[in-house]
Design a protein around this ligand. Structure first.
Ligand SMILES: Cc1cc2nc3c(=O)[nH]c(=O)nc-3n(C[C@H](O)[C@H](O)[C@H](O)COP(=O)(O)OP(=O)(O)OC[C@H]3O[C@@H](n4cnc5c(N)ncnc54)[C@H](O)[C@@H]3O)c2cc1C
Length: 552
């Protein structure tokens, strides 16, 4: 798949308008906003590709996990996180997540975020693969929206914090291993540079690579693609989590039905009306996500129907409406009443465990470049993320990035007059749209819930056919997204083909069992040989240029 062109567009910094800031944060979800808020009094620019609320964070329903109950502990939360991670979770990263979670939640409470309460105490829900009730929620099942609105309001009131919406970051400006900021596509279609002493990737996930996803349309994996082009390490790209229960109903495909409803007693039935999960896993509907998702796929194949059904009819309708208002509203708008109908559901692309490799402070191997939230890979989630741990990851690791940046002088050397002229003329936007449609189809069919060598080879060949697109400049946003998606898809296929075993979210029909020989991570970087990194110490093993001296 090499060579990969370094930038998406030809440019010369001398010809571009430049904005200056202390910290550039790419993304206005929980990771980006929380990092930004913790950085005051630094000057911060946050970019959002669309409206600031168009992010996964806003859509999150079920809640945010933290060991807040006296019956719970960071040890138990760490153990559950590592169990879900199927032997690939980094114990230190998982511990940081579990230990610092409650502190970050208390901070949100101090900031006025109204988590739901029962009799005055924080209400804690139970979710699949959590051994305790530890999922805080807000507005019933509108957790993400409540959280996001609270953070955004605070961000708007913060001096020195500027949010640039409808501004797509195209590429990171990097020279000799140091990041100086990024090239951005402004709302009027022109290009500019944002120069910053530190740049934080918080660009979220990549669900848009698949035909059916719970993610917003802008989740095209830009952050991972631009980091790879710039020379950062990316890891665990074979692990993509599919949410087992997205609505499979005309006009509402991909709308997520939170697994908290299964925690509260909803059951899954196949097209024949049979409850099937007890036959697949001792925890039945509360089994890990990948187990539930694959069980659904196999029931769909067995019955020849493209969906199974979620049965909530036995739950009290009044309580349901109170506890899951978003769910009830979403269903009603799709013409379904959960009190009377079984809800048609199927798996949808949901969360990317892979991402830009960082250490426990969110540092990448490029000086001045950090990453946190879904775009990052600390190893905390291993091969499969535990539900409700990702909002938490945005808080915990976003907080750590901010702490790191506050602890060091933010002085960057002047940005060199970078220039890039290696791409052919701009490619037509229609070609990009066409490539995306073909790419989604192949990703869904061959790089989805079930993979095998032949399918992955076919995917690699089809991606190869589209590769020449990368050698022409991107004419606009669609072109830039298509190039990012193509590059990321190629990397995901490469990683999935390398891992000849089944583990966590990565299931190979030709290697259906885990293989201890693969208890390791695959780390990729542009122009370098792939590296296999052991599980223990994954987040510590990062080799910084100059032995880490530049970061000390
Ligand atoms: C429907 C749904 C329900 C979920 N429910 C839960 C839940 O209950 N609990 C839980 O823990 N997790 C849940 N998740 C997962 C969780 O919401 C996400 O993993 C998390 O919110 C990611 O936060 P983030 O800040 O990293 O990214 P996001 O919130 O996705 O934000 C990404 C930001 O990056 C910006 N961006 C992307 N590319 C560019 C670019 N090139 N230039 C400029 N800006 C860019 C976007 O515009 C956006 O502002 C859910 C996800 C979905 C989709």
């Amino acid at each position: 798949m090499e060579p990969v062109p370094r930038y998406l567009v030809n440019f010369s910094l001398r010809d571009l308008p430049c904005l200056q800031t202390d910290v550039l944060i790419i993304g206005s979800g929980i990771a980006g906003l929380f990092t930004a808020l913790k950085l005051t009094p630094r000057r911060v620019i946050v970019t959002a590709k669309d409206r600031p609320e168009d992010c996964c964070t806003y859509l999150a329903q079920g809640g945010i996990a933290a060991a807040m109950d006296e019956e719970d502990s960071a040890d138990l939360h760490t153990a559950d996180t590592l169990a879900a991670g199927a032997g690939l979770g980094d114990p230190e990263a998982a511990r940081v997540l579990a230990e610092e979670g409650p502190e970050r939640i208390r901070e949100l409470l101090e900031w006025g975020i109204a988590f739901d309460r029962e009799e005055g105490r924080l209400a804690l829900a139970r979710e699949g693969a959590h051994s305790r009730r530890r999922v805080l929620h807000a507005g019933g099942d509108a957790t993400g929206a409540v959280l996001w609105r609270g953070l955004f309001a605070k961000a708007r009131a913060t001096e020195g914090l500027q949010i640039l919406s409808h501004t797509m970051v195209l590429d990171l400006l990097v020279e000799e291993g140091r990041c100086f900021g990024a090239l951005v596509l402004l709302p009027d279609g022109s290009t500019a540079a944002v120069l910053a002493a530190a740049t934080v990737l918080a660009g979220g996930g990549a669900g848009a690579l698949y035909p059916v996803t719970t993610n917003p349309a802008g989740a095209t994996g830009d952050g991972v693609a631009m980091a790879y082009r710039a020379g950062a390490e990316v890891a665990d790209l074979e692990f993509y989590q599919f949410h087992p229960t997205a609505l499979a109903h005309p006009g509402a495909a991909g709308l997520l039905i939170t697994e908290a409803v299964r925690g509260e007693g909803a059951v899954l039935r196949n097209a024949r009306g049979e409850r099937f999960m007890p036959g697949y896993h001792p925890r039945a509907e509360l089994a890990p996500r990948d187990v539930v998702a694959r069980a659904i796929v196999s029931e769909m194949a067995r019955t020849g129907e493209g969906r199974v059904y979620l049965d909530l009819k036995h739950l009290d309708p009044g309580w349901l409406e109170c506890r899951f208002p978003t769910l009830v509203d979403t269903c009603r708008r799709a013409g379904l009443d959960p009190a009377r109908h079984w809800l048609p559901v199927a798996p949808a692309a949901h969360y990317f465990m892979g991402g830009v490799r960082t250490d426990l402070k969110g540092r990448t191997i490029l000086e001045g470049l950090y990453a946190c939230g879904e775009v990052a890979c600390t190893g905390a989630h291993g091969a499969n993320r535990l539900g409700s741990n990702s909002l938490l990851e945005g808080l915990v690791f976003g907080g750590r990035v901010a702490r790191e940046l506050l602890n060091r002088p933010l002085k960057a050397p002047p940005c060199p007059p970078l220039e890039y002229r290696e791409l052919g003329g701009e490619g037509p936007e229609e070609a990009a749209g066409d490539a995306v449609a073909r790419l989604r189809e192949i990703m869904g069919a061959r790089v989805g819930l079930v993979r095998e060598a032949g399918g992955l080879e076919e995917a690699a060949c089809r991606i190869e056919e589209m590769w020449p697109l990368l050698y022409r400049g991107a004419a606009g946003r669609m072109g830039a997204e298509a190039r990012n998606m193509l590059l990321l898809a190629a990397l995901m296929v490469k990683a999935a083909a390398w891992r000849c075993e089944s583990r966590g979210a990565h299931y190979r029909a030709d290697f259906p069992a885990p293989d201890p020989a693969y208890a390791k991570h695959l780390v990729l970087a542009r122009g370098r040989e792939p590296r296999e990194v052991p599980v223990r110490g994954f987040a510590r093993e990062i080799k910084f240029p100059g032995g880490g001296g530049k970061y000390a």
